[in-house]
Design a protein around this ligand. Structure first.
Ligand code: FE
Ligand code: CA
Length: 444
């Protein structure tokens, strides 16, 4: 058998005492036979793992053996505990005579820590639209944690003018299709490098399942089956702590870094109903945490543009699939906030702006700020940015590079850089400091 570690390694879900280690055995990444995902035999395979304090594995502090089983496409999710807080570790896997590459990870800062946290935010990586150069630079930064805010894959058929080819041009619908789509995406060395460089805490948007889908009661049985297949494939390819059951997967959660940053990850798809994006239970969880959190910065990590964004011209002027379709729930969140920081994506360009419970009332107080990450590779829509900025006075900045956000939260400040890919490399196209109520350009 060829080396089965073709999809790389990953870690994620950092807590002060542990992380999840991930890999998936796939000697033939996108094997055409649905009964042999990854080209693996139809039986359980033993995989051993090591965690070390140094990158040469001279100080291995934990090791173990787990089983990779066909039902989960021979993916491996090891929950490591008993680690030190705010500490760097290295890990790798072995099966038979084959050794994986090594990954670097880092635990979260402990509850009482006042240390700063360095994070990155990435999203929207349509494979055939371009290379993942942004990830190469993100990996070099070795952040403490990487947040992914959705569109990790696109289920869509291969687009016009592909820069590189999908494993199969048709839309992904079955579990086999989704698995092979992930396998193709993870064929990119820069994506694998970004996973190997830092722990990730991802959430999803629509294209992990289907364009603009809404979970909830209106789904047909056929769509529920498709969604369950997509959620399973998502789990099989991410370093998550919990696995899906009965077709659902709990994605909303918090990742807290000491007294400094409470990152609140949202699920904007699974629980939608006629009037809310999050559903009632997730909203209650969020409002409770916003009210009770003793942490300096409350940071929403979620896929969709939160600020009102009126696009002048022919209707529709507001995007019903994003938060502009759910103004009531948005207003409740923003009315309950003071100094909220929102990190989002979805629109394939960088934006920054201020948030308030009533965007149409010029005298309404600002209660938060938003930074929107551009796409890693997905093509941007045609956008008349000056017209949109003029029509939405709370929006303050636009930039059209592909790239990611790179930020630092400390006790005394919150800083966000927009990192844009250019032919010669990477550049900070704008940098901001914020107190959660105003955004100030820091690079001019
Ligand atoms: Fe996208
Ligand atoms: Ca999206």
């Amino acid at each position: 058998m060829a080396n089965p570690f073709t999809l790389g390694v990953a870690s994620g879900e950092p807590l002060p005492d542990g992380v999840v280690l991930w890999t998936r055995l796939a000697p033939v990444p996108a094997h055409p036979d649905p009964k042999r995902p990854g080209g693996m035999p139809d039986r359980a395979v033993e995989v051993s793992w090591q965690v070390a304090e140094d990158s040469r594995f001279t100080r291995v502090i934990q090791h173990g053996v787990t089983e990779a089983v066909p039902a989960w496409a021979h993916s491996v999710h090891v929950r490591v505990a008993g680690l030190r807080p705010g500490a760097e570790y290295f890990y790798r896997f072995r099966t038979g005579a084959d050794l994986s590459s090594a990954g670097r990870t880092r635990t979260a800062n402990d509850e009482t820590s006042t240390a700063a946290v360095r994070f990155a935010v990435a999203n929207c990586q349509r494979y055939e639209h371009g290379p993942y150069t942004a990830y190469r630079h993100l990996a070099e930064e070795r952040p403490d944690v990487v947040f992914h805010v959705g569109d990790y894959i696109y289920e869509l058929p291969q687009s016009e003018r592909p820069v590189r080819s999908l494993e199969r041009a048709a839309e992904a619908v079955t579990l086999h299709d989704y698995r092979n789509r992930y396998a193709r995406y993870k064929g990119d060395a820069d994506l694998r490098a970004a996973h190997a460089a830092a722990p990730w805490a991802p959430t999803w948007d629509d294209h992990e399942v289907a364009n603009n889908y809404r979970g909830g009661a209106e789904e047909s049985p056929a769509f529920r089956r498709r969604r369950a297949a997509a959620y399973q494939a998502y789990y099989e390819h991410q370093p998550l702590r919990v696995r899906p059951s009965a077709g659902s997967l709990r994605m909303y959660r918090r990742r807290t870094y000491g007294r400094v940053a409470d990152f609140l990850l949202l699920d904007a798809r699974q629980y939608r109903d006629a009037t809310t994006m999050l559903g009632a239970a997730q909203e209650r969880w969020l409002l409770d945490r916003l009210a009770a959190s003793p942490v300096r910065w409350k940071v929403l990590v979620q896929p969709l543009f939160l600020a009102r964004r009126f696009v002048p011209g022919p209707p529709p002027n507001l995007r019903a699939d994003a938060w502009d379709g759910y103004p009531g729930q948005r207003a409740r969140i923003l009315a309950a906030s003071r100094g909220l920081i929102v990190l989002s994506g979805d629109v394939h360009n960088f934006w920054a702006g201020e948030l308030k419970a009533d965007f149409l009332d010029a005298s309404a107080p600002v209660t938060g700020v938003e930074f929107v990450a551009s796409a890693v590779s997905s093509r941007p829509p045609a956008t008349d940015a000056p017209a949109v900025l003029a029509a939405n006075p709370h929006l303050r900045f636009f930039d059209g590079h592909r790239g990611y956000l790179s930020g630092t939260a400390s006790e005394t400040g919150f800083r966000v850089a927009m990192r844009g890919v250019e032919p010669g490399g990477i550049r900070t196209v704008a940098e901001f400091v914020t107190d959660g109520l105003r955004i100030i350009r820091a690079d001019v």
